[in-house]
Design a protein around this ligand. Structure first.
Ligand code: C2E
Ligand code: CA
Ligand code: CA
Length: 653
């Protein structure tokens, strides 16, 4: 009953459903009128001579004219032509019209009933039942109208037939009476099904839209960096590829920008602040480049730019400087104000024949070059870099070969105590005498080994040699061994080193590992863990190249380094540059206060050695004492030193 009543009400607040209902209804209504007109006219014709003309002809013709107008109206305002509000009004009107027309046609037929013979009366009964039911079916999508029509038609029939005195008609009246209820049920359940169908279609459409929306989000995510909304690495390379394919002779101009001093932001201010800096950077870059090129976040704090091909070299350079300047503006975060800087490497390719990888590698090399300069800035890929790049490729190839491990060896540079000139340690330095290229500097092949992941194998090979050397180096002279950032963040290598120490017969307390701060910056937690493990085996740890990197006091504090090595770039300019002298002095003070040793590297003159000693530095190494030596010569050097022949090099001797 409840559903019956709910079906009667037009759902004014459900525009979608109203429209669906209207569309379905508008398809049926013209049929209804055609049926009505044909059947009424056929009754009229058979009654022309039996009843007065006004009743037999005028009324049905007038009603039919109304119907024809209605057909025309519905044809003009059918499916999809109205909005929900209009559809609502039309359907409400249709309910009244259906009542009026049912009374009109029904009343007319019943008025004719008394004039006909039994056959004609049969035709009237047929007209009422069949036409009535057909019309009701046509109105099924508008239950209120269907019910009004049913109620009027059926009650007229019952009243007229009951009092007709004809038992056949009386029986028909009775059956019509009992038919009414199931009939209404059928209409109702049909309408409920229709409603369900509309709902289902709506839900499906909704789901489809949601799926399309998700698809859009997914494809956006696939090509955009989630944090900054910039193009991501993938879409950056894809765009380069497309540009290269479109203009193979005119490779795109590519810039790479890398933030300096970003990693500590995360450490000190937290990741939320780091994220904020990256977002702000993205916005600044986007504002600078705008529609003249593409800015992408390639990962971490590295950004990529594709400049328009028609830009001159000078314009690109200006733009690169503008990007770096944008980085130097302060960033306001909840914890305070942050300052970072950045460098930009650019490849401005002449002519064609480039691949995406080459363009990236060249810009990356230019960036690497400029990052090594103290003040950063902009660097273009040049012919000199081209030579380095070629060498690098050859080295990388050569590193993969079997000869490499055999051609590797160590040299040893003495570390002396400035107080008495005694050799306290030897730093093992890798040497590669390639059969093909001759001697290659560790500054060239170690980064190459890191890039090609040969580094772990190389470190193990060298460390095995170092352990053998230590067995023959006179005690208590200690041995310093350099670990690369990759080694210290790689559990496998560090476990292998520990195993080697355990297996060797030397005292682990004579071994010192030198690590640079870059190792700590890339993955502090792993580095921290590995350092802890090594230290518990009795090894000491020195922080190498102090002053060149980020030089964080928190690192020194948390990692409890045993020693700090002051980078040779400070030491070598010690006499000319007051700043270097001051820095060296403060590092020496710091070490003194923390109770750890400081080592100055790159000591080339007796004057510098003296000045360092006066500044409070205890240990030193450099060409002034000795260049790196072969193992035999290093042992010889230690022996002579012990015998006192080398002692004059001590500053206070
Ligand atoms: P480093 O650890 O800072 O090593 C000191 C570098 O300074 C060595 O260069 C040494 O030859 C040089 N040097 C020493 N005294 C002087 C001096 O008085 N004046 C000047 N101008 N230079 C001096 P080298 O041997 O070319 O090594 C370069 C870098 O390669 C090393 O810097 C170290 O970072 C890396 N390296 C060397 N051997 C290894 C190794 O076995 N493993 C790893 N991972 N890195 C190594
Ligand atoms: Ca070192
Ligand atoms: Ca160093």
């Amino acid at each position: 009953m409840k559903s019956l009543l709910s079906g009667l009400r037009l759902q004014k607040d459900n525009p979608k459903f109203l429209l669906a209902q209207y569309d379905a209804l508008s398809a049926q209504i013209p049929i209804l009128y055609v049926l009505l007109v044909i059947n009424a006219l056929s009754v009229a014709i058979t009654h022309i001579h039996a009843a007065p003309l006004w009743l037999a002809l005028d009324i049905p013709v007038a009603l039919s004219v109304v119907c024809v107008f209605r057909i025309i109206w519905w044809q003009m305002n059918g499916k999809g032509r109205l909005d929900a509000e209009r559809a609502y009004k039309v359907m409400r009107r249709t309910i009244y019209v259906s009542g009026v027309l049912t009374v009109g046609f029904g009343g007319w037929a019943i008025a004719l009933y008394q004039y006909g013979n039994p056959f004609q009366q049969g035709q009237i009964a047929y007209f009422l039942v069949v036409t009535g039911i057909s019309c009701i079916f046509c109105l099924m999508h508008l239950p209120a109208a269907a019910f009004v029509t049913t109620a009027i038609t059926f009650s007229m029939m019952v009243v007229v037939f009951m009092f007709s005195g004809n038992p056949v008609f009386q029986a028909t009246a009775l059956s019509v009476m009992f038919l009414a209820y199931p009939f209404i049920r059928v209409i109702n359940s049909y309408f409920q099904n229709f409603s369900g169908l509309v709902r289902l279609t709506e839900e499906l459409e909704e789901k489809q839209k949601e799926a399309e929306r998700l698809n859009l989000v997914n494809s956006r995510n696939a090509l955009h960096d989630q944090l900054t909304g910039l193009a991501n690495r993938r879409s950056f390379f894809r765009e380069l590829q497309i540009l290269l394919e479109a203009h193979p002779d005119q490779a795109p101009i590519v810039g790479l920008v890398d933030l300096d001093g970003f990693k500590p932001v995360n450490d000190v201010f937290g990741h939320a602040a780091g994220d904020q800096v990256l977002k702000e950077t993205a916005a600044r870059f986007q504002a600078l480049i705008g529609s003249h090129g593409t800015v992408a976040r390639l990962g971490g704090d590295e950004f990529g730019v594709i400049f328009p091909r028609d830009m001159s070299r000078d314009d690109v350079s200006d733009r690169g400087h503008a990007l770096c300047a944008a980085l130097r503006q302060a960033y306001e975060v909840p914890g305070g104000s942050i300052r970072v800087s950045g460098s930009c490497g650019i490849v401005y390719p002449e002519g064609g024949g480039h691949t995406v990888e080459e363009l990236y590698e060249k810009a990356d090399l230019a960036l690497y070059q400029v990052k090594n300069k103290r003040n950063g800035g902009v660097e273009f890929f040049s012919d000199d870099l081209e030579t380095i790049l070629k060498q690098r490729h050859l080295i990388e190839l050569e590193l993969q070969g079997d000869d490499f491990a055999r051609e590797l060896k160590l040299e040893y540079q003495p570390i002396v105590d400035l107080a008495d000139g005694r050799v306290v340690g030897l730093e093992a330095l890798a040497r590669w005498d390639s059969a093909r290229f001759g001697r290659i500097s560790p500054d060239a092949f170690i980064p190459a080994a890191e890039r090609t992941a040969v580094i772990g194998k190389m470190t193990r090979t060298l460390f095995a040699q170092a352990l053998q050397a230590l067995a023959v180096i006179p005690a208590p002279v200690r041995l310093s061994f350099n670990l690369s950032a990759r080694d210290i963040c790689d559990q496998e290598t560090s476990m292998a080193l520990l195993a080697m120490i355990n297996a060797a017969t030397v005292d682990p307390r004579r071994i010192e590992f030198e690590i640079t701060e870059t190792a700590l910056l890339s993955d502090f937690d792993t580095a921290y863990e590995v350092i802890g493990m090594l230290r518990s085996a009795g090894i000491t740890i020195a922080l190498d190249d102090f002053g060149t990197g980020f030089s964080s006091l928190s690192h020194i504090h948390r990692l409890e380094f045993d020693k700090i090595k002051i980078d040779k770039s400070f030491v070598m300019q010690f006499e000319q540059d007051m700043r270097c002298m001051n820095i060296t002095r403060s590092v020496a003070d710091l070490c003194h206060n923390l109770g750890i040793a400081s080592v100055a590297e790159g000591v080339e003159t007796a004057e510098i050695a003296k000045a360092l000693y006066a500044s409070g530095v205890r240990l030193a190494q450099g060409y002034h004492f000795s260049r790196p030596l072969s193992l035999d010569r290093a042992i010889e050097f230690v022996r002579q030193n012990e015998a006192g022949t080398m002692l004059p090099k001590a500053v206070n001797a």
